[in-house]
Design a protein around this ligand. Structure first.
Ligand SMILES: [Fe+2]
Length: 511
């Protein structure tokens, strides 16, 4: 009986080489990622559409996992792109070897992977994700970890079209917790061991190293030891540290110099440094601050003080590096949306760049320019929840479809909301980029200057870029036609006239 079931599943294998060849011919684009040999984003999206429809029809389970290598950008920078590529290939191999043949493992972009767990309830997908996580952890000499976000239909995710969106939300949740975490829809983060922070202690006197190690013992950190400045820098080049406790008075290279070198290295400067010093004089403190030290502790260290400072600096470091990773997740989400939407290749970068040009002409401040940069990239992330059939429908959308399409500005806002502090006014762009000056837009029917300036700018550049771009069912307009349309929209009280004028001036300038 079991073998019958396996045979049945085998028949429905998702990655059939013949399948891929046929699709490649039909679509006229490659479906295999050349670096890893896994199916790529195009094949993943198409398969997900097909499989979610099948699940709806038959009421069968389906789960999706999104996988991201932790701090990959940093890894890639410090180890070089050849090593970075090797890590990506190894992780791809781990994922492929940890899932069933009926599942589909794909590489979406850069350090992002995805798995479709066919006929799998979320609980089974969580087990598979645990397997993937632990296999990656076991990769030899790599110090590589991954985070995974999971979603499952129909029990946990109510709409099959929300599967990917919820997997992204879960991945953001996992990243917020730290490295090496698995998170899933409607559940708290699963109980996985978070990796203990790495702490480097540096002192030329062995007795002092022992003392520091003993003091840190209750925190259960991974403690690395170095007996010279050179040895410390050597270890820092190999291991991703969360904190350095650094003695000042050392022969050859003193603590100030080690500190300076670490803080001058773009790959290492985020690592907090506590100078452990017997020197009480203010001149040494000033030298330490100049060298970039984050904190000081006097010798012999007081246990409570040492533990408190260590804890708080490590927490801060982890929050900062998690934020960089979360930003990475959001950008991948924007790219995923772009790939779903047939016309938009390069659209988000163009909107982002053009919006910044206009923002500068309007004399906006740095914060607003940054909002235009990020808002331009992220404005449509909510389209992750809009089915491809609606996004790419050649004819007019019916009322129901139009409502689904319109939901993208609020959905995008909800996705970005947990990062409100970091996204700032870029969130306004996501929410309000379809508002109209006369109040006829959505989602809040804002009018005139109640619509934040950054959203009014992106409204213009977004429409302009959409008009001049080819779509599957129509050619893009000429620049002149597009400009005429923009002017008409401004005349009719839909778009901000000043911004449209500025865009026209800018375009003429480029003629
Ligand atoms: Fe939009």
């Amino acid at each position: 009986m079991i073998s019958d079931n396996i045979a049945l599943l085998d028949e429905r294998r998702l990655i059939d080489p013949i399948d891929i060849n046929t699709y490649e011919k039909q679509v006229g684009a490659p479906f295999i990622d050349s670096l890893t040999g896994l199916p790529n984003h195009g094949f993943f999206s198409m398969t997900l559409d097909r499989e979610t429809k099948r699940s709806e029809r038959y009421g069968s389970h389906i789960s999706v996992g999104l996988i991201n290598i932790d701090s990959f950008r940093l890894l890639n920078k410090s180890k070089g792109s050849v090593e970075g590529d090797r890590i990506i290939r190894k992780v791809a191999e781990c994922i492929q070897n940890s899932v069933r043949q009926v599942d589909l493992a794909a590489r979406l972009y850069g350090d992002f992977f995805a798995v479709i767990f066919t006929e799998s309830a979320l609980e089974n997908a969580v087990n598979a994700a645990e397997r993937i996580r632990s296999n990656v952890e076991k990769m030899q000499n790599q110090m590589v970890t991954i985070s995974i976000g999971l979603s499952g239909y129909p029990r946990h995710t109510k709409k099959s079209s929300s599967l990917l969106q919820e997997a992204y939300a879960a991945l953001i949740k996992a990243k917020t917790r730290g490295k090496n975490c698995i998170s899933y829809t409607n559940e708290t983060t699963s109980e996985v061991d978070r990796i203990a922070p790495n702490v480097l202690i540096v002192d030329d006197i062995p007795k002092n190293l022992k003392l520091l190690e003993a003091l840190l013992h209750p925190l259960r950190y991974h403690v690395f030891k170095a007996d010279s400045g050179e040895a410390a820098l050597d270890i820092m080049g190999k291991v991703d540290m969360d904190l350095v406790l650094l003695d000042v008075m050392m022969p050859v290279m003193d603590g100030f110099e080690v500190c300076r070198r670490i803080k001058n290295d773009p790959q290492l400067r985020m690592v907090p440094i506590i100078l452990v010093t017997a020197l009480e004089d203010s001149e040494s403190k000033i030298r330490g601050i100049e060298a970039g030290a984050d904190d000081f502790i006097s010798k012999p260290p007081n246990k409570a003080e040492l533990l408190a400072r260590t804890r708080s600096l490590i927490k801060l470091k982890r929050i900062n590096s998690n934020l960089a990773d979360i930003e990475n997740v959001l950008f991948s989400l924007a790219k995923t949306v772009e790939a779903k939407d047939a016309y938009t290749h390069g659209h988000i970068e163009r909107v982002s760049n053009l919006s910044m040009v206009l923002g500068r002409k309007l004399g906006l401040n740095e914060k607003e320019l940054e909002a235009l940069k990020y808002g331009g990239i992220l404005h449509d992330i909510g389209k992750i929840a809009v089915p491809t059939a609606i996004l790419n429908k050649p004819g007019r959308l019916n009322e129901e479809e139009w409502e689904v399409m319109k939901s993208h500005s609020l959905v995008g806002y909800q996705i970005g909301l947990p990062l409100e502090k970091n996204l700032g006014p870029a969130l306004d762009v996501i929410r309000y980029h379809h508002e109209k000056m006369d109040g006829s837009g959505y989602p809040d029917n804002l009018k005139g200057e109640d619509i934040p300036i950054v959203a009014r700018i992106v409204a213009v550049t977004d429409i302009y870029d959409a008009m001049i771009t080819d779509r599957p069912y129509r050619k893009g307009m000429s620049q002149k036609e597009a400009c005429d349309n923009l002017l008409e929209e401004a005349e009719n009280g839909k778009l901000d006239r000043e911004i449209v004028q500025l865009l026209l001036e800018h375009l003429k300038y480029n003629y």
